[in-house]
Design a protein around this ligand. Structure first.
Ligand code: HEM
Length: 444
């Protein structure tokens, strides 16, 4: 077991005032939490005129996600406003009847049977990445975060649309999203200009996806999520299916939710492994034994216990979506405190995953806690994929993808941090390593 404590932002000695909280949060959502919050179970704050609550123990998280889920189904105002121009009524932002219908129709496309089929794309795309990396001069520095982003963007694009999407089309989609994300930084939000720019950036993405939908089911997109969603199309009777526009929104949500999250996870894993020789050694032993010298298959996933434990521990320490926000529909009472209708309820994986009452050595990197024989953490203390009915639809997809990608790449390469270089984080909407994470690559 390692003694390594990876970096985290300095914790203020006490609660910051409302103005300082807002000021800091615009640049870094992780720098606002004082030490004491990592021991508290339920927190109530007044920020300007808003009532904000933080559910910070498994019992209350369960209440929000499951027991009183219908009251907290609605996403927070910022999340809805930021994503609506791009993804309309797509899964991640809708609620009520629309969300129920879409989740019911889409969940069957993410069962283990389907993920087994999608795993061919994961393996093929990672093999191509290995071939590309093999041409890099040993000892060169590569930007690991963009490398992982390219890999996971290609995987999700091919899973959604098929491998015959032209490079130009993939670039148009990826660039469109990058532009949209640059516009939607919290520091630009909310302004009229922001709204106009967001709409313009969204238009480019809508055009590509609408075009692919208009082409319908073809030989080249057989088995893709696009073709599966098109089978649910019913423009004449939307009660019993999805309209073309709803299919477009869902494809956009799947791309949006499914590529940066996995890229950040992989990038953080590389960093953590590079700092712990004993973890790296155990990882190498596992991948050398399980994958040996052949191409990976889906069946390898269940043998890669240590690789998966590294991924799970990475998701604990650096959850890609570190803050989840909900709006209370009606008045509620939690621990004898009134939660007024319309107030904001935060569930913060960043706090829960490092809570002093829930974890032994909460800030240490210890993959062994997630090995199959270790005691399981409470279901509502470990929530990188959220929980309850609104749990991430891609949870199993992402777990298989990150585990197979990491195993295949680690079978072939080592990545190390150049001497003297420090690593920090960036946290606006998602949590990622800062400065693109430069690392030196050497073949194994
Ligand atoms: C490590 C990777 C991933 C992480 C950490 C992650 C995390 C999350 C979290 C925390 C939520 C809930 C957000 C909220 O409540 O505000 C969510 C929702 C969602 N995720 Fe993921 N996700 C990952 C990968 C994926 C992938 C690969 C896909 C698709 C292929 C995906 C699709 C979705 C969708 C559609 C939702 C909305 C579900 C709903 O509202 O019912 N995610 N994800």
């Amino acid at each position: 077991m390692t003694d390594f404590i990876p970096p985290y932002p300095e914790r203020p000695a006490e609660y910051l005032g409302p103005l300082e909280t807002i000021k800091r949060a615009r640049n870094d959502l992780l720098s606002i939490w004082p030490e004491i919050v990592f021991t508290r179970e339920f927190i109530s704050l007044k920020i300007l005129n808003y009532s904000v609550f933080i559910a910070n123990c498994p019992e209350i998280v369960r209440h929000i996600f499951v027991t009183n889920q219908t009251n907290y189904e609605r996403k927070g105002f910022v999340m809805r406003s930021v994503l609506e121009p791009l993804a309309g009524d797509g899964l991640i932002i809708s609620d009520g009847k629309t969300w129920h219908k879409h989740k019911r129709l889409e969940a069957p496309l993410f069962t283990p049977d389907y993920v087994t089929k999608y795993s061919h794309v994961m393996i093929q795309t990672t093999s191509e990445c290995i071939q590309r990396w093999a041409t890099i001069t040993p000892g060169s520095t590569i930007a690991v975060l963009p490398e992982m982003a390219k890999l996971t963007a290609e995987i999700i694009c091919r899973t959604l649309f098929g491998s015959e999407l032209t490079t130009q089309q993939i670039e148009q989609v990826v660039e469109g999203f990058a532009k949209y994300q640059a516009v939607m930084l919290p520091k630009n939000f909310p302004s009229l200009l922001w709204k106009r720019k967001a709409k313009a950036a969204a238009k480019g993405i809508h055009e590509v996806v609408d075009h692919l939908i208009a082409e319908g089911v073809t030989k080249s997109n057989e088995g893709t999520l696009l073709s599966l969603l098109l089978k649910l199309r019913n423009d004449d009777d939307p009660e019993n299916g999805l309209t073309s526009k709803q299919i477009r929104n869902e494809l956009i949500v799947l791309f949006l939710a499914g590529h940066e999250t996995t890229a950040n996870t992989l990038a953080w894993s590389w960093y953590l492994i590079s700092q712990c020789p004993e973890v790296e050694q155990r990882l190498h032993q596992e991948v050398d034994k399980v994958l040996a010298n052949r191409t990976a298959t889906f069946d390898d996933f269940s043998q890669l216990n240590y690789t998966q434990a590294i991924i799970e521990e990475t998701l604990r320490l650096y959850p890609p979506i570190p803050i989840l926000s909900r709006e209370a529909k009606e008045k509620d009472f939690i621990r004898n405190k009134e939660v007024p209708a319309g107030s904001t309820m935060l569930i913060v994986p960043w706090l829960l995953h490092r809570h002093k009452k829930l974890w032994d050595k909460p800030d240490h990197f210890i993959p062994e806690r997630f090995l199959p024989n270790a005691p399981k953490p409470d279901k509502y203390a470990y929530i990188p994929f959220s929980g309850g009915p609104r749990v991430c639809i891609g949870k199993f997809f992402a777990t298989v993808e990150t585990t197979l990608c990491l195993a295949m790449l680690a079978r072939n390469f080592r990545l190390t941090i150049p001497e003297g270089q420090t690593v920090s984080h960036e946290c606006r909407l998602t949590l990622r390593p800062s400065d693109n994470l430069p690392m030196q690559i050497t073949p194994r």
